[in-house]
Design a protein around this ligand. Structure first.
Ligand SMILES: Cc1ncc(COP(=O)(O)O)c(C=O)c1O
Length: 379
């Protein structure tokens, strides 16, 4: 059988799940207003940091009484800051269905050593969400980036919960409708759905989370980099852009650019629609090819950002080697970069479908997937 390569390549071969493709209109020259070589505490820097916070609120529809901070160490820094500050006051349910969620379980059980129940599901599946007791604190990942499994839209956190919810939303923010009134501590990084830079994290706290911060003192020491209160009171400046330590004003400028781009494509709804269109294109491909399927078993849990796929053809002898070879072939052809499954995840491909990826590029990639599959099978 003659296997011919498609003639059209994606305009942008960047389908990595983090750092993700930059907005299509990105150009380094657009960051020329960054106040470089100046103190981030001088007026121009402070104004940019506050704008980053308030534009985040605006685009994501975060309630006015929620506190938003820019914190160090990307999503990991933001999420661990939430865990270290808030947990230990009551029993915790740790929910995980892929590697990042599992990392937070390890934090709770082995580092903080708190009173916690671990609820985990294998890659492709999700835990029994109906069985969660929200009178406990609950830690979970809104979208499992390495399995492509998200909480389904039907997932409902009770309004009258006694515990707090700590949500790692790094690959969900700007692509899914987050229920802010049910989320007490939410985190994400700029490097995902906005195509921003890494190293800075966002921490978003509900009034109930702030109340916990002001009434509960963890039993363990907190390094300066994690400290959100002083003398039992919230350090309010942190939530106005007076960051704990020095941020990169270049990254802040890049984030502001990405937020403006998000607004230009219709804000949150526009971003969600773009991610949904990308995922729909992959869905149509999967439905018309019997050798590939989603890793996520239940369609209601399928991510519209980190779409994880597995090869199901019985002729494949070594699944891991085959998936690697397909990803390499596509990378060598400059058709798709960084689409191999995450190192701890089952063998397969992972294609980022967030809004910064153009649907026309996903559509141009899919015939190449068909080509690479057949070429590899006949190699
Ligand atoms: C769900 C999830 N949590 C945490 C992280 C870690 O993010 P960062 O490297 O920005 O700290 C990632 C990165 O891919 C992720 O997907």
């Amino acid at each position: 059988m003659a296997i011919t390569a498609p003639t059209t390549r994606p305009m942008n071969p960047r389908f990595s799940s983090g750092p993700c493709a930059k907005p299509p209109t990105f150009d380094l020259a657009k960051l020329s207003d960054a106040p470089l070589g100046r103190s981030h505490r001088a007026a121009p820097g402070k104004a940019k940091l506050l704008a980053a916070i308030e534009t985040t609120r605006d685009v994501l529809g975060i309630p006015a009484d929620y506190q938003i901070a820019i914190v160090p160490a990307s999503d990991t820094g933001a999420y661990e800051m939430a865990m270290w500050n808030l947990l230990g006051e009551r029993h915790v349910e740790m929910l995980a269905w892929e590697s990042f969620g599992s990392g937070w379980v390890t934090d709770a059980l082995k580092q903080l050593k708190i009173d916690a129940t671990e609820k985990t599901a294998p890659y492709g599946e999700i835990v029994d969400l109906a069985g969660v007791n929200f009178d406990n604190d609950v830690c979970f990942t809104y979208n499992g980036t390495t399995s492509g499994v998200r909480v389904p839209a039907s997932f409902e956190i009770p309004a009258d919960r006694a515990g707090l919810t700590l949500c790692d939303a790094t690959s969900a923010a700007f692509a899914m409708d987050l229920p802010w009134d049910r989320l007490d501590a939410t985190t994400f990084s700029w490097q995902k759905a906005l195509g921003g830079e890494a190293a800075h994290g966002m921490l978003i706290l509900s009034p109930r989370a702030v109340e916990r911060l002001e009434t509960y003192k963890p039993a363990w020491p907190l390094p300066k980099i994690f400290r959100l209160t002083k003398g039992g009171k919230l350090i309010e400046g942190i939530f106005k852009g007076e960051t704990i330590n020095t941020p990169s004003m270049m990254c802040v400028e890049d984030y502001l650019f990405a937020l403006e781009w998000a607004k230009s494509v219709g804000g949150l709804n526009g971003m969600i629609a773009r991610a949904d269109a990308n995922t729909a294109a992959i869905n149509a491909f999967v439905e018309s090819h019997d050798w590939i399927n989603f890793l996520a078993v239940d369609p209601a849990t399928r991510s519209n950002t980190s779409v994880c796929l597995k090869f199901t053809d019985e002729r494949i002898a070594d699944g891991a080697a085959f998936a690697k070879a397909v990803a390499k072939r596509l990378s060598d052809e400059d058709v798709a970069l960084d689409i191999g499954a995450y190192r701890d995840a089952p063998a397969g491909l992972r294609i980022w479908c967030g809004a910064t990826v153009e649907t026309s590029d996903i559509e141009a990639l899919l015939p190449w997937l068909d080509y690479a599959f057949n070429a590899e099978l006949n190699a």
